[in-house]
Design a protein around this ligand. Structure first.
Ligand SMILES: [Zn+2]
Length: 292
């Protein structure tokens, strides 16, 4: 993992954080169903130009937004795996009305040498369909039989308050039945200690109980951002709002804070929807170095 200069770690699909290995798993890719300028609000021409240098793959013709749907696995010493997010899922999954299903996560896990039964923790950054698709199979059986599934309590409450009739019966109830749902409150250490570990960090705004996942070992840090920034334009200008954020002001504040911390601590961002899995928190100030 080379951390200097270029805004993205081009083509990288893995990086190591001490003894922890972070693996990007591409579940699916495709165009968004609305043009980028209709859903990413308040960006200037200069913002778009800078964003294009960070993630050229996101820019289709005629304003089309091309995006990936990505999960991350963290291999821990001993062979156990933490999975962060569960993609768009199979045919008929909750996201199938708008996302490119079926996804490829089972194949990606196999290619990475990860047996679903090695996964002992699944962290869902939030309860949108494109982040939980493989968590419970259409048969009602959790795909990761040995895992607990960590979700913020606020996220579950908000889902209920919004009158959800899909995620609760298809994902949360099966996980409750098998005793696999782990409801967490706020910042929560999931594994390890200060020297090396995995921590869930609340990053609200996209949804009320949205969380990101910090993977750290000494001074090496990767943060799996979830949907704190769905497009590179929100990295070059954190004030750019995304139309589907539940609370745009909170989302903006969260983005600013996360990016400021990432810059200070030289953290690598692992993103769900950019077409490059790993992006530097510290983007060069002026006109971002162009990818070769
Ligand atoms: Zn998403």
């Amino acid at each position: 993992m080379r951390l200097r200069r270029r805004p993205v770690v081009a083509g990288a699909t893995t990086c190591s954080v001490g003894r922890l290995g972070v693996v990007a798993l591409l579940d699916a890719s495709g165009p968004f169903f609305r043009p980028r300028e209709e859903v990413l609000l308040g960006a200037t021409e200069a913002d778009w130009r800078r964003a294009r240098r960070v993630d050229p793959g996101a820019f289709g013709a005629d304003g089309e937004w091309l995006l990936d749907f990505r999960c991350f696995a963290v291999r821990r010493p001993g062979g156990q795996v933490t999975l962060i997010d569960a993609g768009v899922g199979p045919e008929g999954s909750p996201a199938s009305g708008w996302a490119p299903v079926p996804g490829n996560l089972p194949r990606r896990l196999a290619a990475a040498g990860i047996d679903p039964l090695d996964v002992d923790l699944v962290v869902l950054t939030h309860l949108h369909g494109d982040h939980l698709g493989w968590s419970v199979l259409p048969s009602g059986v959790p795909m990761f039989g040995n895992a607990r599934y960590a979700v913020q309590r606020v996220e579950i409450t908000a889902l209920r308050d919004n009158g959800d009739e899909v995620i609760e019966p298809r994902v949360l109830q099966p996980l409750r039945r098998t005793g696999q749902l782990q409801v967490i409150d706020g910042r929560t250490r999931l594994f390890g200690g200060a020297a090396e570990g995995i921590v869930a960090v609340p990053t609200p705004g996209h949804t009320p109980g949205h969380q990101s996942v910090l993977v750290e070992a000494g001074r090496r840090r990767v943060v799996v951002t979830g949907d704190v920034a769905v497009h590179a334009v929100q990295l070059v200008n954190p004030d750019v709002a995304y139309h589907y954020e539940s609370d745009p002001d909170t989302a903006r504040r969260t983005r600013r804070t996360l990016l400021a911390q990432a810059r200070r601590k030289r953290t690598l961002l692992a993103t769900s929807h950019l077409t490059e899995p790993f992006v530097r928190g510290r983007l060069p100030r002026q006109g971002i170095a162009s990818p070769r």
